[in-house]
Design a protein around this ligand. Structure first.
Ligand code: NIG
Ligand code: FE
Length: 430
């Protein structure tokens, strides 16, 4: 049994208590469940008590000496951040494309010329499994240093069975060996492979009849995602792929309306997706359909920033009742960052969200976007003890002092894994 951890006397303790069943919408997104001078008692990997320091000090008085005490005075304590959309497992790097885009080439032009997703696919195919694991492990360490304790990870840089399998197996191994929880998504439908360019429906058939059933049978993914975009998968093909996943127990997710309006938000509502992601060009009708069905809108303003596009309209989505979450979209082409706090800042400055709303979006609503609302995303008795302590005294300052990593301490699954902004040695393997 691990030692008890007692986080004491936070200037602000953001609990987000009371929304484990369904994600927060509208004004609920601003209700942080804040406790001033707040404390948490952690034991057995679980949150045992949350309250004011006075209350908890009295309750645990006889046991104070046995706990590891973390002084959070003057600091902000939040649930461990949750990143619900990443392409974590990849090899290579695409700074050359960044440079081309700065000189006028577009993301889709680069991809259609065989670069973009295809370039990372070639690098990922060529990488030895150990190398892929090592690079992704380092990326997870960086996530942890930015206060992130759970990460969704998509395949999709294989598109042939062998490489998709390699990516999903690496994701599984990362989940087992790294302290961060890695939640796997199959995204074989990330692009049309170059040898299927003239017969895309055959690739859809391969996904539906062979890959999806195998992924499900091996238990290697919980979700099934598709890049529904002009020039990639049509809404009809996307529907076929997502419905096939459903028949095999994979929950639908969708990259929707990212570059062109394509009724992806509407499709997400129709197929009962758990989330629709990107949504830069989503229609009002699509947003309303999502609100009605409770589809989480996972917004990725870092991608819009990096592709020099206008961000999704987060404000409008929240006002229409869409439960909004935020994510890095960490990938080598459109958003090579692990800084969820920076994404939160973009949520404020580029999408009209408030500092309170972006915290909800990167914690409890993000947890709901990956079907983990009951386990993580809020600081409540019985939940997994995933806690981030930021070196700022209030939640507004976390967004105001932007571009700086304020992460001070991270407790993951009841263990201190970041201290004073640094990984605790035993978690910084290799
Ligand atoms: O979410 N839009 C499609 N997929 C990723 C980008 C992947 C890449 O460029 O490597 C995204 O933006
Ligand atoms: Fe993505």
């Amino acid at each position: 049994m691990s030692k008890a951890v007692f986080i004491r006397n936070a200037a602000q303790l953001v609990t987000l208590k009371g929304s484990s069943d369904i994600p927060r919408v509208r004004a609920e997104m601003s209700e942080l469940g804040m406790i001033e001078n707040g404390s948490i008692w952690i034991e057995d990997r679980t949150i045992q008590a949350v309250g004011t320091d006075v209350e908890l000090a009295a309750k645990y008085k006889p046991r104070l000496a046995e706990a590891e005490v973390i002084d959070a005075s003057g600091k902000l304590v939040t649930p461990g951040l949750v990143d619900p959309h990443t392409h974590l497992v990849f090899a290579g790097s695409r700074e050359n494309e960044f440079n081309m885009r700065l000189q006028g080439a577009t993301y889709m032009e680069i991809m259609n010329a065989g670069g973009g997703i295809h370039a990372t696919t070639r690098a990922t195919k060529a990488a030895a499994r150990e190398e892929l694991f090592h690079q992704s492990y380092q990326r997870l360490n960086q996530f942890l240093r930015h206060g992130v304790t759970t990460v969704e990870a998509k395949s999709g840089y294989g598109m042939d069975w062998e490489t998709e399998l390699k990516q999903l197996e690496v994701a599984k191994q990362l989940n087992e060996q790294h302290v961060i929880d890695v939640v796997p998504t199959f995204m074989g439908a990330h692009a049309i492979p170059e040898d299927y360019k003239r017969r895309p429906d055959e690739f859809v058939k391969l996904l539906v009849e062979e890959m999806i059933p195998k992924v499900a049978e091996l238990g290697l993914a919980e979700f099934n995602d598709v890049f529904c975009e002009k020039g990639v998968f049509t809404p009809e093909q996307s529907r076929v792929i997502l419905e096939a996943g459903k028949r095999h127990g994979l929950i639908p997710k969708i990259h929707a309306d990212e570059i062109e309006p394509y009724e992806g938000a509407e499709l997400a509502a129709e197929v009962g997706a758990i989330s629709a992601d990107h949504l830069l060009k989503a229609s009002e009708q699509g947003m309303k359909a999502m609100a009605e069905k409770g589809v989480v809108g996972v917004l990725l303003p870092g991608t819009a920033y990096f592709l020099m596009a206008e961000s999704a309209n987060g404000r409008k989505m929240i006002d229409l009742g869409v439960p909004v979450a935020l994510s890095t979209d960490c990938n080598p082409g459109s958003s090579p960052t692990v800084s969820l706090p920076f994404i939160m800042n973009l949520g404020c400055l580029k999408m009209g969200m408030t500092p309170a709303e972006v915290i909800t979006a990167a914690t409890i609503n993000a947890a709901h976007a990956i079907n983990r609302g009951h386990e993580i995303g809020s600081l409540e008795v019985g939940k997994k003890a995933d806690v981030t302590i930021f070196n700022v005294e209030n939640y507004m300052k976390l967004q105001y002092l932007y571009g700086v990593n304020h992460t001070d301490t991270v407790v993951k699954n009841g263990q201190v894994v970041v201290r004073g902004g640094h990984l605790v040695a035993e978690f910084s393997l290799s």
